[in-house]
Design a protein around this ligand. Structure first.
Ligand code: HEC
Length: 390
């Protein structure tokens, strides 16, 4: 496929993905809010059939919503379902994954498919099993499994791809919950009512459990999807722990927000949770220190990590910068077709003023380090790059 077509497809899918996700998460947040703001109906006669009601004004219209308990045979002719938001989010997200990651690397695609499919299977079986009836244990087991996957993916992929794949895995679980549990259970409930039988409470409860999982996963998934913009999070050795802390903290923040109607301290709890997470992450990814006698190459290697060079130059299914392995002394082809030998002067210039010579096949996105890194650091970096072999 030509890069032009890929670029357009990328734009279309990304745009559609964001719109669908806003609709999905937006309606989920709106219904949670609606549910928690219902008051008992003003009309005495309705108390048996209406669980709660709510008056709203928006966009020049007055709306009156009621949450009803339906009796057999009372199904309205037109009933709106909310499912295509979820399916469209997953389908456009998966297309993006194929386009940006899977087409670039066969191994990356295999790992991605295994993580998405395997993640869903393990999660679904776990919550169908006896463990799923002990909620706290189920959540704890899921978190331990998440940490294991995070550890493994951060080893085999770049940190950036690992975060995105885990976001896609959790997003797949959310869409799977809608497709396999929530919608089919709602259909069964309605079918029973149509057939003149009463509500099966268990079906509703089961749908509610999966819907609650989805609710707690929204913030962690949003963070993982946006994490590409925050290299500080994943370009360090402990990225897999950073991921765990962020997932825990964001699920906790979602919890404080969910219970804010009956928990007056929800705001300090939210700020507190955020601060604890931020401070622990800052400690975790604090630059490592070297011993006194470290060689120039060792120092260069550390600077390469601490200065974030790894974020773009580390090997992985999607790599924004060229591999620097074995670069020293090798000819480099530039965008204008000319070629240049990667000697010390070239490396120096590539780091301080990268926009001067752009390597063929790459975008001019490397930030200039002129005035940012010291001469000493630059020398250590160059010693490291000279020695960088497979
Ligand atoms: C935002 C991503 C990004 C970061 C961060 C980054 N680079 Fe780059 N780098 C690139 C890209 C893209 C290219 C290829 C395009 C170009 O020549 O500018 C490149 C090119 C280079 C080259 C020339 C490579 C060749 O094949 O000829 C060197 C050397 C280099 N980078 C070193 C570094 C060092 C050292 C750091 C950290 C101090 C760093 N880069 C940080 C993206 C990045």
């Amino acid at each position: 496929m030509s890069t032009e077509i890929i670029e357009w497809l990328h734009l279309i899918f990304r745009f559609a993905h964001v719109v669908a996700a806003i609709m999905w998460i937006g309606s989920s947040i709106f219904f949670m809010w609606l549910d928690s703001h219902l008051t008992s109906p003003q009309d005495e006669k309705e108390r048996d059939s209406v669980e709660g009601e709510l008056w709203m004004i928006h966009g020049g219209g007055i709306f009156h919503s009621r949450k009803r308990i339906l009796k057999p045979g009372e199904i309205p002719e037109l009933l709106h379902w909310f499912k295509w938001e979820a399916y469209a989010t997953w389908l456009t997200g998966f297309s993006l994954l194929v386009l940006i990651y899977f087409l670039q690397s066969g191994t990356g695609a295999l790992i991605g498919l295994a993580v998405l499919g395997g993640g869903w299977l393990v999660y679904d079986l776990l919550w169908r099993s006896a463990l799923g009836r002990r909620k706290e244990i189920g959540v704890a087991v899921c978190f331990v499994l998440l940490m294991l996957i995070s550890y493994w993916l951060c080893r085999v992929l770049s940190g950036k791809a690992a975060f995105l794949y885990i976001g896609a895995m959790l997003g797949t679980m959310m869409a799977g919950n809608v497709f396999v549990h929530i919608i089919p259970n709602q259909k069964k409930m309605l079918a029973a009512l149509c057939a003149g039988e009463p509500h099966d409470i268990d079906l509703g409860k089961h749908a509610k459990l999966r819907s609650t999982h989805n609710n707690y996963l929204t913030f962690p998934v949003l963070f993982l999807m946006l994490s590409g913009h925050f290299p500080q999070m994943w370009s360090n050795d402990r990225a897999w722990i950073v991921l765990g802390i962020m997932v825990l903290a964001l699920a906790a923040i979602k919890h404080w927000m969910n219970i804010r109607e009956r928990f007056p301290h929800w705001l300090p709890a939210t700020v507190g949770t955020f601060l604890i997470a931020a401070v622990s992450i800052s400690f975790l990814k604090a630059p490592q220190k070297l011993s006194e006698g470290a060689s120039a190459v060792e120092k260069g290697k550390l600077i390469f990590t601490n200065r974030g060079c790894v974020a773009c130059h580390q090997a992985g299914p999607i790599q924004q910068g060229p591999s620097l392995v074995g670069i020293f002394g090798m000819p480099q082809v530039l965008t204008d077709g000319s070629s240049v030998i990667a000697d010390e002067a070239y490396l120096r210039e590539s780091i301080l003023e990268p926009q001067k010579k752009i390597v063929k096949g790459y975008m001019p996105i490397m930030p200039p380090y002129e005035g940012i890194i010291s001469d000493e650091e630059l020398n250590f970096l160059i010693s490291y790059l000279k020695e960088l072999h497979e």
